[in-house]
Ligand binder design. Structure first.
Ligand code: NAI
Ligand code: MG
Length: 505
């Protein structure tokens, strides 16, 4: 029997919520290593929950449990039964989403209206991948009468999922839904800053009736708990979202057993506005896509490329819009933008604002930490706009992960494309034009995993998402996501059973 571990929701928010157990092998267990760590509410810098952090021995236990489940009940379970479990999970998730959105907002600081929209859609991932769980099939490969050749697709095995703090549940669901649909088992290590909803997801998975060990959650720090998961010889694959530098460390640490990797590593997306665009719509998209999630999203249109004839107008519109953004307490329904998710990220953003100034970009809106009244203790920063940005400035090259838009002027298609592609990243891109030929010409030349034309940040469970270049390996979402969690086996059967004696003469 699982032990109850949750306290009722405190109304005031003053009482700490308790998540003092890890979820391993279907049981709620106290950590062997690690301990109980406070989770910070970034809206006031104060602890709001107490969370069990595991260490290496807890990862060991979780990997053993995941392996046992993989070799045992999960492997034997037909796809349609996995699908039924995933559908049950989808229903439970949908029911729980409003409450989970509040918890994610408390842990990450994301404005409640954003969390609600985001988590309110996650059940679609479980439903959509449920619908694929019993349709994973190979091919028959025609050769000639002497052989029958076919492929079978098999689950990779035990997956270590490592997720970030900016969109904790989104990045989790993107991994867990296809991994379980494919027949893998999972050990999830959520980000140390935002571990709470991962444990809530474990509760739903338990309630849905998944066999013990199919899904395990061990919160903890990256450098020990995460690193131990990556290096573990019992883990067949790592699915990671986070920073490129971390991905390189993960590659080295996981090299010993040549495990599989998929990486989603952020971007510095060009959001291109041509002079012939519907400017009002483009500005709606470009402003919200520069500041969404308080700037903490890999899909951000952080480099806004604007054609010269409309450059001044767009700079003006951006500055005006920046003043309309209501930065405030994230649980307040009126709030557009909450704080940065943690103190380190706030410091990073403020330092990039200084860098932008010293590089000679024109700060035309925002740029300050907000510390007045109710915001005093939190990690708030104004939506910020830099004009006259050159693409070789650091604010145009490095991922800031704060609400900082860099407006870069260009002349004509070729220059737009050259600037757009002059980056080490290649995750997302957007372009606005009313010229359909230009839309196709330009989008075809942009080096990015997803290009949005006259829209931005349009992402569904069915739309493959992932990076070119330093933005990552592999694709999440869509049919392609299953590839991360499957191996292909080719079987060749001779129809004659004849094999020539190589040494007969
Ligand atoms: P990070 O890459 O350090 O953290 C992401 C996850 O990796 C966390 O769960 C962390 O505990 C884990 N981790 C860290 N070191 C590890 C290791 N050696 N082995 C295994 N797991 C490890 O990202 P961080 O430091 O939190 O954020 C820094 C910057 O990274 C941000 O400012 C942003 O620019 C970028 N970032 C990009 C994200 C994206 O969506 N692509 C998400 C989060 C951060
Ligand atoms: Mg870190």
């Amino acid at each position: 029997m699982a032990t109850a571990f949750r306290q009722p929701t405190p109304e005031s928010g003053s009482e700490l919520r308790r998540y003092e157990r890890l979820f391993i092998g279907g049981e709620w267990v106290a950590p062997l290593d690690g301990g109980i760590v406070d989770s910070i509410d970034p809206s006031n810098g104060k602890p709001w929950a107490r969370v069990a952090f595991g260490g290496p021995r807890d990862i060991d236990r979780a990997v053993v449990a995941a392996r046992a489940a993989f070799e045992g009940p999960w492997r034997r379970m037909p796809g349609w039964e996995r699908a039924a479990l995933l559908r049950r999970l989808a229903d439970l998730y949908r029911e729980a989403a409003p409450e989970m959105a509040i918890l994610e907002t408390r842990d990450s600081g994301r404005a409640i209206r954003e969390s609600r929209n985001d988590l309110g859609a996650h059940h679609h991932w479980f439903q959509w991948f449920a619908s694929l769980a019993d349709k994973i099939s190979g091919r028959t490969i025609p050769i000639d009468d002497s052989v029958h050749c076919f492929t079978t697709r098999l689950p990779v095995g035990v997956v270590g999922a490592i997720t970030p703090w900016n969109a904790p549940m989104l990045t989790t669901v993107w991994k867990v839904a296809p991994a379980l649909a494919a027949g893998c088992t999972v050990v999830l290590k959520p980000a140390e800053q935002t571990p709470v909803t991962a444990l809530e997801l474990a509760r739903l998975i338990e309630k849905a009736g998944f066999p013990p060990g199919v899904f395990n959650v061990v919160p903890g720090y990256g450098h020990d708990t995460g690193a131990h998961l990556v290096a573990h010889p019992g883990v067949d694959k790592i699915a990671f979202t986070g920073e490129g530098r971390t991905a390189k460390a993960i590659l080295r640490a996981g090299a010993d057993n040549l495990k599989r990797f998929s990486f989603e590593l952020g971007g510095k997306a060009p959001h291109i506005i041509f002079a012939d665009a519907d400017i009002d719509q483009a500005i709606n998209a470009a402003t919200s896509s520069a500041w969404a999630v308080c700037g903490q999203s890999c899909a951000l249109g952080s480099r806004v490329l604007v054609e010269r004839p409309i450059y001044d107008r767009v700079v003006e519109a951006f500055s005006e819009r920046a003043r309309k953004v209501r930065v405030g307490r994230p649980l307040d329904e009126a709030t557009h933008m909450g704080p940065q998710a943690h103190a380190e990220q706030l410091a990073k953003t403020l330092s990039y604002i200084d860098i932008g100034r010293s590089e000679g970009a024109a700060l035309v809106a925002g740029g300050r930490r907000l510390e007045d009244g109710a915001l005093a203790e939190g990690f708030y920063v104004e939506p910020t706009v830099f004009a006259n940005v050159a693409n070789d400035m650091r604010i145009a090259r490095e991922e800031i992960f704060g609400p900082v838009a860099s407006l870069i002027p260009f002349s004509g298609e070729d220059e737009a494309i050259a600037i757009a592609n002059d980056t080490t990243y290649g995750l997302t891109a957007g372009l606005w034009t009313r010229d359909i030929g230009r839309a196709h010409r330009v989008s075809a030349r942009i080096q990015a995993g997803i290009v949005w034309v006259n829209t931005y940040r349009y992402i569904r469970w069915s739309t493959p998402y992932g990076g070119f270049k330093a933005s990552g390996w592999g694709r999440e979402n869509g049919l392609e996501a299953l590839d991360n969690y499957l191996e292909t086996r080719t079987t060749v059967v001779s129809t004659t059973g004849q094999f020539p004696d190589a040494y007969a003469q």
